[in-house]
Design a protein around this ligand. Structure first.
Ligand SMILES: *Cc1c(COP(=O)(O)O)cnc(C)c1O
Length: 398
């Protein structure tokens, strides 16, 4: 007998839960891509995307995943042989660095490990040491989805200013957008990349790049940018057909319209507050369970934790056993540990992740936590008492 029949819950850090309203918006016959409803709707998507990113600058859409947005951001700002400084706090920072390397860009990495945020003193020293001003862009991951660390982008801009360094600040907000507070213009971020399948609640398939005038100047100074990645025609509202360098991602656009309507009906502040409250409920449960047990939160300092994803560990192989039990017996799928230990190594079966991004509410989180506790009981995993009480207390805050 399994207790998993019923509505499944994919609680992995992307793809995230797709709202019924988004699925319904996508369930339609193929539209005319040249004129009419779709073309008119697309123009309205851009301002609403910018409101999510808190920017008055440019937003462009690529048919592609987060990796595509990574490459697009680099292709428009740095040429082969130029240098970027990548601040890594987990697997995804290294992924963006590898992307840059493959484009022939010189990559310098400042590695802050897998359990803490970027240390601004080290960033300052690295920028100050770059007297020749070789570093053209600083690449930072807002939330590294492997470690669940949250980085302080506004502080990075302050360090760039303090060192009078002209490098662009480029941020990967693929995991964090519409989950953790993000203010592109106020924080001085020049380029931001995002994807459709995390906080934006869509299927994978769209990559987004937001860029300001400083970044547009960097693009203008490049000798060439490949036609597909070039963001210039994609940002020109007079050239609708060039927005996508070919056929529009028709159904994703209808889904995006529905998702943006949901986000703005709730309000950005409320979206961030909801993610904050739900994340704190998960942390409260995990802290209580960990007090007398084997569970530990990967990021010990709450101010460095993301509200989109939480990375946890148990002694190996209990993490994998927990995930398997939850999926088979309870209809809840948690995320695998990613990049935290050598694949196939003993430790790899200890890490796991909870995605709490996008279309998630109190009963989903409390239900997920209660089934985690049931898995602890079923698998004889030692754990402290009061985890669910602690989570319920956070949810019940006025
Ligand atoms: C998911 C994710 C990516 C990769 O996105 P894909 O759509 O899988 O290419 C990159 N960076 C971060 C922070 C992510 O969460």
């Amino acid at each position: 007998m399994s207790l998993s029949h019923g509505r499944p819950y994919l609680a992995i850090p992307g793809p995230s839960v797709i709202p019924d309203a988004v699925l319904r918006a996508m369930h339609r016959a193929a539209p005319n891509i040249y004129e009419g409803e779709l073309a008119e709707m697309t123009a309205g998507l851009i301002p609403d995307l910018k409101r999510v990113a808190r920017t008055r600058h440019q937003a462009v859409i690529y048919i592609g995943n987060g990796h595509a947005a990574w490459e697009a951001a680099l292709a428009n700002t740095v040429a082969p042989g130029e240098c970027v400084l990548v601040l890594t706090t987990g697997r995804f920072g290294h992924g963006w660095a590898e992307m840059a390397e493959a484009l022939g860009v010189e990559v310098r990495i400042l590695d802050f490990g897998k359990a803490a945020a970027v240390d601004m003193a080290r960033l300052e020293a690295a920028l100050a040491a770059d007297r020749a001003r070789r570093i053209k862009a600083v690449l930072a991951t807002h939330v590294d989805t492997s470690s669940s660390v949250l980085n302080d982008l506004a502080a990075m801009r302050m360090v760039l200013e303090a060192t009078e360094h002209p490098a662009l600040l480029m941020a990967d907000c693929i995991a964090s957008l519409a989950c953790d507070r993000f203010e592109m213009d106020a924080w001085g971020v020049d380029v931001m990349v995002a994807g459709s399948q995390k906080g934006l609640m869509l299927p994978p398939g769209l990559g987004f790049v937001f860029f300001n005038e400083r970044a547009a100047m960097a693009r203008a100074a490049l000798r060439r940018v490949s036609r597909y990645w070039d963001w210039t025609p994609r940002a020109d509202p007079a050239l609708y057909y060039q927005y996508f360098c070919g056929t529009a991602p028709t159904h994703h656009l209808y889904g995006l319209r529905a998702a943006l309507d949901m986000i703005h009906a709730e309000g950005m502040e409320a979206v961030w507050q909801r993610h904050d409250r739900l994340a704190r409920a998960i942390w409260a449960a995990a802290e209580a369970w960990g007090r007398a047990g084997a569970l530990s939160l990967n990021i010990s300092d709450p101010s460095q934790r993301s509200r989109a994803v939480t990375s946890l560990s148990l002694p190996s192989p209990l993490g994998s056993q927990l995930r398997r039990w939850l999926e088979e017996k309870a209809g809840v799928t948690l995320g695998i540990g990613l990049g935290m230990a050598e694949p196939g190594s003993a430790a790899a079966d200890g890490f796991f992740r909870i995605g709490h991004m996008g279309h998630v509410n109190a009963h989903m989180v409390l239900g997920m936590l209660a089934t985690v506790q049931a898995a602890f009981e079923a698998l004889d995993i030692p754990h402290g008492a009061g985890g669910l009480d602690a989570a319920a207390r956070v949810i019940s805050e006025a």
